[in-house]
Design a protein around this ligand. Structure first.
Ligand SMILES: CSCCC(=O)C(=O)COP(=O)(O)O
Ligand SMILES: [Mg+2]
Length: 228
């Protein structure tokens, strides 16, 4: 087995529960999106991402109201749109700062990340959530501020998570040959793409999911059994 020098981790379903994202973060953003667009409408970043969302949907001359309705639909569909994720991140910031929630972490995650970092491994995040949203997520986690553990963050501006080219770009950006990088995820299509790019993989199947008898990727119920 080639030595691992860097670990790139997914968030939802890997470090943290799917239900925290779906039942806490998504409803928070959904409820506040219309008012947020209304009150922050003059901000260039907000205007940029509203425009990108409309472009993605092929809406040429959409009203702001139509774009907001589109985004609400996308939240309900859990669409992994870069524009939607950027806008969600902007709204979640208030919730974290006002102490409305803290990001869920599976119990062993913080300790394992600290141990791997202590062993000299470099840690990165690759999630569909925007980079600012990822920084908030680990900055305001149930296990405290974990952001100092990470050397960098990647989102879908690097590329879609199910395409091998995205993982090649990440390996190049962090200055490692792909075989020295371990990617952690709960989504097998993401792991397939990472493996195609030459990365090593670990498949997180959190209880009550069961580990398959012959998994396509090394399978783990928690970070505790991963030995990089
Ligand atoms: C980074 S915060 C919220 C996570 C999110 O919006 C999301 O879509 C998570 O997707 P992942 O790629 O981490 O499974
Ligand atoms: Mg995931």
């Amino acid at each position: 087995m080639t030595a691992i020098r860097a670990i790139v981790t997914d968030i939802e379903g890997t470090t943290s529960s799917i239900s925290f994202v779906k039942d806490v973060l998504f409803p928070y953003a959904r409820k506040r999106l219309p008012a947020y667009v209304e009150t922050h409408g003059d901000q260039p970043a907000l205007q940029h991402w509203l425009h990108e969302a409309a472009k993605e949907a092929g809406l040429i001359e959409a009203t702001r109201q139509e774009v907001v309705e589109l985004l609400l639909r996308w939240i309900d569909e859990d669409r992994k749109s870069t524009a939607l994720k950027a806008l969600q991140g902007m709204i979640w910031k208030d919730g974290y700062e006002q102490g409305e929630y803290r990001a869920h972490m599976y119990p062993e995650v913080a300790g394992r990340l600290q141990a791997w970092r202590g062993e000299g491994l470099h840690l990165y995040v690759y999630s569909s959530g925007s980079v600012p949203a990822q920084k908030l997520f680990f900055g305001y986690s149930e296990a405290g501020d974990l952001s100092p553990l990470f050397a960098g963050y990647f989102d879908t501006e690097t590329g879609p998570k199910r395409e091998a080219e995205s993982y090649r770009r990440i390996a190049e950006a962090i200055g490692e040959r792909p075989e020295h990088v371990l990617f952690l995820s709960d989504v097998v299509e993401e792991l397939d793409a990472a493996r195609t790019a030459g990365l090593q993989t670990a498949w997180l199947l959190r209880p009550p999911l069961e580990l398959p008898a012959a998994p396509r990727h090394p399978a783990h119920a928690s970070f505790d059994t991963i030995q990089p």
